[in-house]
Design a protein around this ligand. Structure first.
Ligand code: ZN
Length: 133
């Protein structure tokens, strides 16, 4: 597979409005857009930095994955996403190599991306996403 670059780093936060101030007021970055991803029960704020982004993830539902993450581990870096050229090919390659996946097939992520997660047991505890856009 061809990994192009780090697409984004997902940061679980209780409030985009509160957490976003650090990135905008202290770091001088800009929140480009905030999108509601219904399937994931999150609002996602995109903070672009050259080819990558910080994505602030705010749960819209106490039962959503980000809310559960914050309940058990607190706010902080939740996942790292690598951009691949072709996500279907990347998933096939990972399956052939016996890598455990959370998503067997790509699903729809924020910003119109196709995304899939690798099981954190394969990555020493880091939740790794691959994405294509
Ligand atoms: Zn992501």
């Amino acid at each position: 597979m061809k990994i192009k670059h780090i697409d984004h780093i997902g940061v679980a936060v209780k409030s985009i409005e509160q957490a976003g101030k650090f990135y905008t007021e202290m770091l001088g970055l800009g929140i480009e857009d905030v999108e509601n991803v219904i399937e994931q029960k999150v609002n996602v704020a995109f903070i672009p930095i050259t080819d990558s982004e910080v994505e602030l993830l705010e749960s819209t539902d106490p039962d959503g994955p980000v809310a559960k993450y914050i309940d058990s581990r607190g706010e902080g870096v939740q996942h790292i996403a690598f951009r691949v050229e072709n996500i279907e090919e990347a998933l096939e390659e990972l399956k052939e190599k016996g890598v455990r996946l959370i998503d067997q097939a790509p699903r729809k992520g924020a910003g119109g991306a196709k995304i899939a997660f690798i099981h954190p047991k394969e990555t020493n505890g880091v939740l790794v996403e691959i994405c294509e856009r």
